[in-house]
Design a protein around this ligand. Structure first.
Ligand code: PLP
Length: 385
Protein backbone atom coordinates (compact mmCIF):
# COMPACT_ATOMS: atom_id res chain seq x y z
CA UNK A 1 0.00 0.00 0.00
CA UNK A 2 1.26 3.51 -0.84
CA UNK A 3 2.44 5.54 2.15
CA UNK A 4 0.14 8.43 3.17
CA UNK A 5 1.85 11.63 2.15
CA UNK A 6 2.60 14.43 4.57
CA UNK A 7 0.62 17.62 3.99
CA UNK A 8 3.79 19.55 3.10
CA UNK A 9 4.25 17.06 0.24
CA UNK A 10 0.62 17.48 -0.85
CA UNK A 11 0.99 21.28 -0.92
CA UNK A 12 4.22 21.15 -2.92
CA UNK A 13 3.45 18.27 -5.26
CA UNK A 14 -0.22 17.25 -5.52
CA UNK A 15 -0.96 16.80 -9.25
CA UNK A 16 2.66 17.32 -10.31
CA UNK A 17 3.92 15.21 -13.25
CA UNK A 18 0.52 13.82 -14.23
CA UNK A 19 -0.06 15.53 -17.58
CA UNK A 20 -0.80 12.84 -20.15
CA UNK A 21 -0.82 15.14 -23.21
CA UNK A 22 2.78 16.45 -23.10
CA UNK A 23 4.26 15.29 -19.82
CA UNK A 24 4.18 18.81 -18.37
CA UNK A 25 5.50 18.71 -14.81
CA UNK A 26 3.34 21.63 -13.64
CA UNK A 27 -0.36 20.91 -14.26
CA UNK A 28 -1.33 22.99 -17.32
CA UNK A 29 -3.98 25.68 -17.09
CA UNK A 30 -7.20 24.81 -18.93
CA UNK A 31 -8.93 28.00 -20.03
CA UNK A 32 -11.51 26.51 -22.35
CA UNK A 33 -15.05 27.10 -21.13
CA UNK A 34 -16.47 24.21 -23.15
CA UNK A 35 -15.48 20.67 -24.17
CA UNK A 36 -16.18 18.45 -27.16
CA UNK A 37 -18.62 15.59 -26.79
CA UNK A 38 -17.21 12.19 -27.68
CA UNK A 39 -20.36 11.53 -29.67
CA UNK A 40 -24.06 12.39 -29.51
CA UNK A 41 -25.32 11.98 -25.93
CA UNK A 42 -21.82 11.17 -24.60
CA UNK A 43 -19.95 13.98 -22.86
CA UNK A 44 -16.36 13.46 -21.72
CA UNK A 45 -15.17 14.02 -18.12
CA UNK A 46 -15.84 17.75 -18.60
CA UNK A 47 -18.48 19.50 -20.67
CA UNK A 48 -18.85 23.08 -19.36
CA UNK A 49 -16.44 24.96 -17.08
CA UNK A 50 -18.98 26.46 -14.66
CA UNK A 51 -19.74 22.87 -13.62
CA UNK A 52 -16.22 21.49 -13.81
CA UNK A 53 -12.76 22.49 -14.95
CA UNK A 54 -9.55 20.44 -14.57
CA UNK A 55 -7.52 23.37 -13.22
CA UNK A 56 -10.14 24.23 -10.60
CA UNK A 57 -10.59 20.55 -9.74
CA UNK A 58 -6.82 20.19 -9.20
CA UNK A 59 -6.94 23.05 -6.70
CA UNK A 60 -10.07 21.62 -5.00
CA UNK A 61 -8.43 18.21 -4.63
CA UNK A 62 -5.34 19.80 -3.05
CA UNK A 63 -7.35 21.92 -0.59
CA UNK A 64 -9.57 18.95 0.40
CA UNK A 65 -6.49 16.84 1.15
CA UNK A 66 -4.81 19.64 3.11
CA UNK A 67 -7.91 20.09 5.28
CA UNK A 68 -8.52 16.36 5.75
CA UNK A 69 -11.96 16.76 4.12
CA UNK A 70 -13.91 14.61 1.66
CA UNK A 71 -14.45 17.31 -0.94
CA UNK A 72 -13.69 20.96 -1.66
CA UNK A 73 -15.64 23.40 -3.82
CA UNK A 74 -13.59 26.31 -5.17
CA UNK A 75 -15.57 29.53 -5.53
CA UNK A 76 -15.10 33.15 -6.56
CA UNK A 77 -14.49 34.72 -3.12
CA UNK A 78 -14.42 34.05 0.59
CA UNK A 79 -17.86 35.65 0.88
CA UNK A 80 -19.22 33.27 -1.78
CA UNK A 81 -17.72 30.38 0.23
CA UNK A 82 -19.48 31.45 3.44
CA UNK A 83 -22.77 32.05 1.62
CA UNK A 84 -22.53 28.64 -0.07
CA UNK A 85 -21.73 26.87 3.22
CA UNK A 86 -24.89 28.42 4.73
CA UNK A 87 -27.07 27.92 1.65
CA UNK A 88 -29.11 25.12 3.23
CA UNK A 89 -30.61 27.49 5.81
CA UNK A 90 -34.31 28.20 5.32
CA UNK A 91 -36.64 30.92 6.66
CA UNK A 92 -37.15 30.16 10.37
CA UNK A 93 -33.76 28.39 10.70
CA UNK A 94 -31.36 29.86 13.23
CA UNK A 95 -27.68 30.55 12.60
CA UNK A 96 -25.38 31.05 15.60
CA UNK A 97 -22.48 33.31 14.59
CA UNK A 98 -19.51 34.89 16.39
CA UNK A 99 -20.06 38.49 17.52
CA UNK A 100 -16.59 39.57 16.35
CA UNK A 101 -16.28 37.97 12.90
CA UNK A 102 -14.94 39.63 9.74
CA UNK A 103 -17.04 42.74 8.97
CA UNK A 104 -18.11 41.45 5.55
CA UNK A 105 -19.35 38.22 7.14
CA UNK A 106 -21.32 40.22 9.72
CA UNK A 107 -22.88 42.25 6.89
CA UNK A 108 -23.74 39.15 4.82
CA UNK A 109 -25.44 37.37 7.73
CA UNK A 110 -27.25 40.51 8.88
CA UNK A 111 -28.54 41.29 5.39
CA UNK A 112 -29.70 37.72 4.71
CA UNK A 113 -31.47 37.79 8.09
CA UNK A 114 -33.03 41.20 7.30
CA UNK A 115 -34.43 39.65 4.10
CA UNK A 116 -36.00 36.84 6.11
CA UNK A 117 -33.78 34.14 4.61
CA UNK A 118 -32.76 32.90 8.06
CA UNK A 119 -32.39 34.16 11.60
CA UNK A 120 -29.00 35.00 13.06
CA UNK A 121 -27.82 35.43 16.63
CA UNK A 122 -24.34 36.86 17.25
CA UNK A 123 -22.71 35.48 20.39
CA UNK A 124 -19.38 35.80 22.16
CA UNK A 125 -18.47 32.13 21.72
CA UNK A 126 -15.96 32.21 24.58
CA UNK A 127 -18.83 32.99 26.96
CA UNK A 128 -20.12 29.52 27.96
CA UNK A 129 -23.43 30.79 29.38
CA UNK A 130 -24.19 32.85 26.25
CA UNK A 131 -23.24 29.91 24.03
CA UNK A 132 -25.44 27.51 26.02
CA UNK A 133 -28.39 29.91 25.88
CA UNK A 134 -28.00 30.23 22.09
CA UNK A 135 -27.60 26.45 21.62
CA UNK A 136 -30.78 25.92 23.63
CA UNK A 137 -32.61 27.75 20.81
CA UNK A 138 -31.66 24.82 18.49
CA UNK A 139 -29.64 26.54 15.74
CA UNK A 140 -29.15 24.56 12.53
CA UNK A 141 -25.61 25.87 12.01
CA UNK A 142 -22.92 27.24 14.31
CA UNK A 143 -20.39 29.42 12.48
CA UNK A 144 -16.97 29.76 14.12
CA UNK A 145 -14.12 32.07 13.13
CA UNK A 146 -10.94 31.29 15.02
CA UNK A 147 -8.73 33.19 15.56
CA UNK A 148 -11.28 35.94 15.02
CA UNK A 149 -10.78 38.96 12.79
CA UNK A 150 -9.45 41.38 14.08
CA UNK A 151 -9.25 40.65 17.83
CA UNK A 152 -7.61 37.23 17.53
CA UNK A 153 -10.03 35.60 19.97
CA UNK A 154 -9.58 31.85 20.04
CA UNK A 155 -12.55 29.45 20.11
CA UNK A 156 -12.16 25.82 21.17
CA UNK A 157 -13.30 24.07 17.97
CA UNK A 158 -13.57 20.57 19.48
CA UNK A 159 -15.68 21.83 22.40
CA UNK A 160 -18.01 23.99 20.28
CA UNK A 161 -18.42 21.36 17.54
CA UNK A 162 -19.25 18.71 20.19
CA UNK A 163 -21.88 20.89 21.83
CA UNK A 164 -23.28 21.96 18.45
CA UNK A 165 -23.62 18.32 17.39
CA UNK A 166 -25.37 17.46 20.66
CA UNK A 167 -27.80 20.34 19.95
CA UNK A 168 -28.40 19.01 16.41
CA UNK A 169 -26.40 21.74 14.63
CA UNK A 170 -23.62 21.60 12.04
CA UNK A 171 -20.37 23.44 12.70
CA UNK A 172 -18.82 25.60 9.98
CA UNK A 173 -15.34 26.99 10.70
CA UNK A 174 -13.74 29.90 8.86
CA UNK A 175 -10.08 28.81 8.73
CA UNK A 176 -8.84 31.82 6.76
CA UNK A 177 -6.53 33.25 9.43
CA UNK A 178 -4.39 30.14 9.90
CA UNK A 179 -4.81 28.07 6.72
CA UNK A 180 -4.71 24.26 6.87
CA UNK A 181 -0.96 24.48 7.44
CA UNK A 182 -1.64 25.59 11.03
CA UNK A 183 -5.18 24.40 11.82
CA UNK A 184 -7.41 21.55 10.60
CA UNK A 185 -10.96 22.04 11.94
CA UNK A 186 -12.42 18.87 10.34
CA UNK A 187 -10.36 16.39 12.41
CA UNK A 188 -11.38 18.51 15.44
CA UNK A 189 -15.06 17.87 14.67
CA UNK A 190 -16.13 20.59 12.20
CA UNK A 191 -18.55 19.56 9.44
CA UNK A 192 -17.52 22.28 6.98
CA UNK A 193 -14.47 24.54 6.61
CA UNK A 194 -14.57 27.79 4.66
CA UNK A 195 -11.71 29.88 3.35
CA UNK A 196 -11.05 33.17 1.79
CA UNK A 197 -8.28 31.75 -0.44
CA UNK A 198 -7.57 35.42 -1.20
CA UNK A 199 -5.43 35.30 1.98
CA UNK A 200 -2.83 32.68 2.98
CA UNK A 201 -3.74 29.89 0.55
CA UNK A 202 -2.98 32.04 -2.48
CA UNK A 203 -0.62 34.19 -0.45
CA UNK A 204 0.35 36.79 -3.06
CA UNK A 205 -2.51 39.33 -2.94
CA UNK A 206 -3.42 38.84 -6.59
CA UNK A 207 -6.53 36.61 -6.49
CA UNK A 208 -9.97 36.97 -4.87
CA UNK A 209 -11.14 33.44 -4.16
CA UNK A 210 -12.80 31.09 -1.71
CA UNK A 211 -13.26 27.44 -0.86
CA UNK A 212 -15.75 25.27 1.02
CA UNK A 213 -14.47 21.93 2.34
CA UNK A 214 -16.88 19.29 3.65
CA UNK A 215 -16.13 16.41 5.96
CA UNK A 216 -18.83 14.43 4.22
CA UNK A 217 -18.84 13.47 0.52
CA UNK A 218 -22.63 13.68 0.03
CA UNK A 219 -22.81 17.19 1.55
CA UNK A 220 -19.90 18.21 -0.69
CA UNK A 221 -21.70 16.89 -3.77
CA UNK A 222 -24.86 18.84 -2.83
CA UNK A 223 -22.95 22.07 -2.31
CA UNK A 224 -20.96 21.58 -5.55
CA UNK A 225 -24.25 21.16 -7.36
CA UNK A 226 -25.62 24.36 -5.81
CA UNK A 227 -22.38 26.28 -6.59
CA UNK A 228 -22.84 25.34 -10.24
CA UNK A 229 -26.54 26.19 -10.17
CA UNK A 230 -25.98 29.71 -8.82
CA UNK A 231 -22.75 30.16 -10.81
CA UNK A 232 -20.23 31.04 -8.08
CA UNK A 233 -17.47 28.62 -9.11
CA UNK A 234 -14.01 30.17 -9.57
CA UNK A 235 -12.23 30.91 -12.83
CA UNK A 236 -9.47 28.67 -14.19
CA UNK A 237 -6.92 31.47 -14.08
CA UNK A 238 -7.58 32.29 -10.41
CA UNK A 239 -7.49 28.57 -9.61
CA UNK A 240 -4.14 28.19 -11.37
CA UNK A 241 -2.62 31.08 -9.41
CA UNK A 242 -4.02 29.81 -6.10
CA UNK A 243 -2.58 26.32 -6.59
CA UNK A 244 0.74 27.98 -7.49
CA UNK A 245 0.53 29.92 -4.21
CA UNK A 246 -0.22 26.77 -2.20
CA UNK A 247 3.06 25.20 -3.36
CA UNK A 248 4.89 27.44 -0.86
CA UNK A 249 2.18 27.59 1.84
CA UNK A 250 4.05 25.73 4.58
CA UNK A 251 7.31 27.63 4.02
CA UNK A 252 5.50 30.99 3.98
CA UNK A 253 3.48 30.24 7.11
CA UNK A 254 6.55 29.12 9.04
CA UNK A 255 8.59 32.20 8.18
CA UNK A 256 5.72 34.70 8.50
CA UNK A 257 4.84 33.26 11.89
CA UNK A 258 8.43 33.68 13.06
CA UNK A 259 8.32 37.33 11.99
CA UNK A 260 4.93 37.84 13.69
CA UNK A 261 6.16 36.36 16.97
CA UNK A 262 9.02 38.84 17.04
CA UNK A 263 6.74 41.73 16.11
CA UNK A 264 4.28 40.74 18.87
CA UNK A 265 7.02 40.53 21.51
CA UNK A 266 8.43 43.89 20.40
CA UNK A 267 5.03 45.62 20.50
CA UNK A 268 4.14 44.02 23.81
CA UNK A 269 7.15 45.67 25.44
CA UNK A 270 6.60 49.11 23.83
CA UNK A 271 5.23 51.94 26.01
CA UNK A 272 3.18 53.48 23.14
CA UNK A 273 1.22 50.23 22.81
CA UNK A 274 -1.67 49.68 25.23
CA UNK A 275 -2.47 46.07 24.22
CA UNK A 276 -1.31 43.36 21.81
CA UNK A 277 -3.65 40.59 20.66
CA UNK A 278 -1.56 37.62 19.48
CA UNK A 279 -2.41 34.05 20.59
CA UNK A 280 1.32 33.22 20.66
CA UNK A 281 1.85 35.50 23.67
CA UNK A 282 1.58 33.47 26.89
CA UNK A 283 -0.57 36.28 28.35
CA UNK A 284 -3.20 35.94 25.57
CA UNK A 285 -6.44 34.50 27.07
CA UNK A 286 -6.69 31.93 24.25
CA UNK A 287 -3.03 30.87 24.39
CA UNK A 288 -3.58 27.41 25.88
CA UNK A 289 -6.41 26.52 23.45
CA UNK A 290 -4.40 27.85 20.52
CA UNK A 291 -1.41 25.76 21.60
CA UNK A 292 -3.60 22.66 21.78
CA UNK A 293 -5.60 23.01 18.54
CA UNK A 294 -3.20 24.90 16.26
CA UNK A 295 0.12 23.80 14.75
CA UNK A 296 1.36 27.39 15.10
CA UNK A 297 0.18 30.84 16.14
CA UNK A 298 0.04 32.38 12.69
CA UNK A 299 1.11 35.76 11.37
CA UNK A 300 -1.91 37.94 12.20
CA UNK A 301 -2.07 40.19 15.23
CA UNK A 302 -3.73 43.37 16.40
CA UNK A 303 -2.68 46.13 18.74
CA UNK A 304 -4.19 49.08 20.52
CA UNK A 305 -2.24 52.32 20.59
CA UNK A 306 -2.09 54.20 23.87
CA UNK A 307 -2.59 57.54 22.07
CA UNK A 308 -6.02 56.76 20.54
CA UNK A 309 -7.23 57.78 17.07
CA UNK A 310 -4.67 60.60 16.62
CA UNK A 311 -1.83 58.21 17.32
CA UNK A 312 -3.38 55.76 14.83
CA UNK A 313 -3.29 58.35 12.05
CA UNK A 314 0.32 59.34 12.77
CA UNK A 315 1.36 55.67 12.95
CA UNK A 316 -0.22 54.54 9.66
CA UNK A 317 1.16 57.60 7.86
CA UNK A 318 4.66 56.93 9.19
CA UNK A 319 5.08 53.23 8.30
CA UNK A 320 7.23 52.48 5.24
CA UNK A 321 7.73 48.69 5.22
CA UNK A 322 4.13 48.00 6.33
CA UNK A 323 1.53 49.27 3.83
CA UNK A 324 -1.85 50.73 4.81
CA UNK A 325 -4.33 48.46 3.00
CA UNK A 326 -7.25 46.06 3.39
CA UNK A 327 -6.69 42.29 3.32
CA UNK A 328 -4.09 39.98 4.79
CA UNK A 329 -2.13 36.79 4.26
CA UNK A 330 0.17 37.96 1.46
CA UNK A 331 3.96 37.92 1.46
CA UNK A 332 3.97 41.69 2.12
CA UNK A 333 3.24 43.22 5.52
CA UNK A 334 0.02 45.23 5.78
CA UNK A 335 -1.56 47.39 8.43
CA UNK A 336 -5.28 48.15 8.55
CA UNK A 337 -7.60 50.13 10.80
CA UNK A 338 -10.61 47.81 11.29
CA UNK A 339 -13.04 50.48 12.53
CA UNK A 340 -12.76 52.46 9.27
CA UNK A 341 -11.65 49.72 6.87
CA UNK A 342 -12.28 45.94 7.17
CA UNK A 343 -15.08 46.33 9.73
CA UNK A 344 -16.64 49.59 8.50
CA UNK A 345 -19.56 47.52 7.14
CA UNK A 346 -20.50 46.47 10.69
CA UNK A 347 -22.94 48.80 12.45
CA UNK A 348 -21.22 50.93 15.14
CA UNK A 349 -23.09 49.24 18.00
CA UNK A 350 -22.06 45.77 16.85
CA UNK A 351 -18.46 47.02 16.55
CA UNK A 352 -18.58 48.42 20.08
CA UNK A 353 -20.01 45.17 21.50
CA UNK A 354 -17.29 43.19 19.70
CA UNK A 355 -14.61 45.48 21.18
CA UNK A 356 -13.37 46.93 17.88
CA UNK A 357 -12.38 50.44 18.96
CA UNK A 358 -10.85 53.49 17.24
CA UNK A 359 -7.34 52.79 18.54
CA UNK A 360 -7.21 49.21 17.24
CA UNK A 361 -4.86 48.36 14.35
CA UNK A 362 -4.48 44.99 12.63
CA UNK A 363 -1.17 43.75 11.26
CA UNK A 364 -0.64 41.05 8.65
CA UNK A 365 3.04 40.20 8.98
CA UNK A 366 4.82 39.24 5.77
CA UNK A 367 8.11 37.79 4.64
CA UNK A 368 10.34 40.87 4.92
CA UNK A 369 13.48 40.79 7.07
CA UNK A 370 12.56 40.87 10.77
CA UNK A 371 14.90 43.77 11.49
CA UNK A 372 13.30 45.92 8.77
CA UNK A 373 9.85 45.21 10.20
CA UNK A 374 10.90 46.08 13.75
CA UNK A 375 12.77 49.24 12.68
CA UNK A 376 9.70 50.37 10.72
CA UNK A 377 7.36 49.81 13.69
CA UNK A 378 9.81 51.47 16.07
CA UNK A 379 10.02 54.61 13.91
CA UNK A 380 6.24 54.78 13.41
CA UNK A 381 5.58 54.30 17.14
CA UNK A 382 7.97 57.16 17.91
CA UNK A 383 5.68 59.47 15.89
CA UNK A 384 2.59 58.03 17.62
CA UNK A 385 3.88 58.29 21.19
N1 PLP B 1 -13.32 35.41 6.16
C1 PLP B 1 -12.35 36.13 6.77
C2 PLP B 1 -11.86 35.70 8.12
C3 PLP B 1 -11.82 37.26 6.14
O1 PLP B 1 -10.86 37.97 6.76
C4 PLP B 1 -12.33 37.65 4.87
C5 PLP B 1 -11.81 38.84 4.17
O2 PLP B 1 -11.06 39.62 4.71
C6 PLP B 1 -13.34 36.89 4.29
C7 PLP B 1 -13.80 35.77 4.95
C8 PLP B 1 -13.93 37.26 2.96
O3 PLP B 1 -13.08 36.89 1.92
P1 PLP B 1 -13.08 37.55 0.46
O4 PLP B 1 -12.61 38.95 0.62
O5 PLP B 1 -12.17 36.65 -0.32
O6 PLP B 1 -14.50 37.50 -0.05
Amino acid sequence: MERTRARETIAAANGIGQDTAFGAVTPPIHLSTTYTFERFGTPRAYDYARLGNPTRDGLADTIAKLEGGARAIVVASGMAAIDLALSDLRPGDLLLAPHDCYGGTHRLLSMRAARGQYEVVFVDQRDQAALDAALARCPRIVLVETPSNPLMRVTDIRAVAGRARAAGALTVVDNTFLSPALQQPIPLGADIVVHSTTKYLNGHSDVIGGAVVTADEARGADLANWANTIGVTASAFDSYLTLRGIRTLFARMERQERNAARVAAFLDAHPAVAAVHYPGLPTHPGHAIARAQQAGFGAMLSLELAGGQEAVQRFVEAVRVFTLAESLGGVESLVSHPATMTHAAMDPDARRIAGIGESLLRLSVGLEAEDDLLADLDAALATAA
